[in-house]
Design a protein around this ligand. Structure first.
Ligand SMILES: Cc1cc2nc3c(=O)[nH]c(=O)nc-3n(C[C@H](O)[C@H](O)[C@H](O)COP(=O)(O)OP(=O)(O)OC[C@H]3O[C@@H](n4cnc5c(N)ncnc54)[C@H](O)[C@@H]3O)c2cc1C
Length: 369
């Protein structure tokens, strides 16, 4: 049987994960194109849901348990002028709510899988889609910003510049106990994600002007903010501080002929709910199912409805979830007129068991209820 040839472009989490998952479908030859040098290692962590954790660990056996730090509890706080209201605690007695991994470690394992699974890795900076004419399917995982997308879709996507920066970093600590938490602070949301016994990572999304005005003293600022909110004065060490501009970008068109956009290029969302890569993983799962189906039937992907099927399956959830995250971000944004009302709403959320249940299901499985 002649193998169908798939080319994946980009070695971020989306590209590497897609390449490894698709390489397990028999009847496919998978190639990966990635840029030559990586200047800055991705020193972030990513939180994924229990369902997505199961999807990747069942498919990629070399993902050892040690790479993922489980969490059974998530605490949410809302800062008012008087106090930090602990307005929601999500708990799961018999399973984990989420798992946190270090991006660079997961990428390393995926790169090993690439060579183990005989995926041809071509090191180059793709300039033009004409270079990829001989493939049956091309999957672009080249991040949120690339001129290459202009040759695929002219249809406007939904775009919003939050004019915010996500400050990320790793913290070494000796605290006895630390829960995964999200603090909705006046300056912007601050997430605390433990990823080993003595380390947690943080993501603090702040206004661009706040970041620029404080860029020389960010470490001290973060240190004080963490001590204040975690109510712990023990000394901590902060490393690997990085910053990422935040935007919302939702593609209306997902593909053109046999070229598909995937990952951040399809949907870039605010990191406040830690949902970006969770959506990508659900996209990859569905794409794998669809491709496997067509390949099993001996149908050429190039001439099939595979990418239409993918679009019809994934567009509704991607749009609703992304706009839901945007609405969450807007709700918690400081607003002197609305803040007193928000305080009342937030205080009432605590007792709403249905809402708690709903939030857990949505963040775990998305809209595939
Ligand atoms: C601060 C922050 C925190 C986050 N936290 C979470 C979280 O907790 N949970 C969650 O689910 N999601 C989270 N996300 C989202 C998550 O990080 C992304 O969804 C994920 O990293 C996937 O990115 P990507 O691979 O699609 O794009 P990128 O990481 O941007 O990768 C694109 C790759 O394409 C390559 N490339 C670009 N152009 C070319 C070219 N022409 N030729 C060859 N290669 C090219 C680049 O070199 C790069 O390697 C977070 C995002 C941010 C910003």
């Amino acid at each position: 049987m002649i193998k169908q040839r798939i080319c994946i472009v980009g070695d971020g989490l989306s590209g590497l994960m897609t390449a490894v998952i698709l390489s397990k479908v028999s009847g496919l030859e998978v190639n990966l194109i990635a840029k030559k040098c990586i200047k800055n290692a991705d020193k972030r962590t990513t939180a994924i849901s229990d369902t997505n954790y199961k999807f990747i660990t069942q498919n990629i056996k070399s993902f050892g348990k040690k790479l993922f730090w489980p969490s059974k509890k998530i605490k949410l706080f809302y800062e008012t002028s008087k106090e930090n209201i602990n307005f929601l605690n999500l708990n799961e007695a018999n399973s984990n709510l989420m798992y946190v991994f270090e991006n660079d470690k997961i990428k390393k394992v995926l790169l090993k899988e690439i060579s183990k699974n005989k995926i041809k890795l071509i090191r180059k900076d793709l300039k033009n889609l004409d270079e990829l004419k001989n493939y049956d399917l091309i999957i672009l995982c080249i991040g949120g910003q690339s001129n290459i997308y202009n040759s695929i879709t002219k249809i406007r996507s939904i775009r919003k510049d939050y004019k915010e920066i996500a400050i990320t970093g790793y913290v070494k600590h000796n605290f006895k106990k630390l829960d995964t938490s999200q603090f909705f602070l006046k300056e912007g949301p601050l997430a605390i994600l433990p990823f080993s016994k003595n380390y947690f990572s943080f993501v603090w999304s702040v206004k661009k002007y706040f970041f620029e005005n404080n860029s020389k003293k960010i470490k001290t600022l973060v240190k004080n903010k963490l001590a204040e909110n975690l109510k712990n004065k023990q000394d901590i060490t902060i490393n690997n501080i990085q910053s990422y501009p935040i935007s919302l970008s939702l593609r209306r068109q997902y593909h053109q002929k046999n070229v598909l956009i995937l990952g951040e290029g399809l949907h870039t969302i605010h990191p406040v709910a830690g949902q970006g890569f969770n959506l990508v993983l659900r996209d990859i799962k569905k794409l794998e199912e669809i491709i496997r189906y067509y390949v099993c039937l001996g149908i050429s992907i190039k001439n099939s409805y595979a990418l239409n099927d993918f679009y019809n399956n994934r567009k509704p959830e991607n749009t609703i979830m992304s706009l839901g995250v945007d609405a969450t971000h807007s709700f918690f944004k400081q607003n002197k007129y609305l803040d007193p009302f928000k305080e009342i709403i937030v205080k009432n959320i605590k007792n709403n068991e249905t809402l708690k249940k709903f939030s857990k299901i949505i963040s775990n499985r998305g809209l595939s209820l």
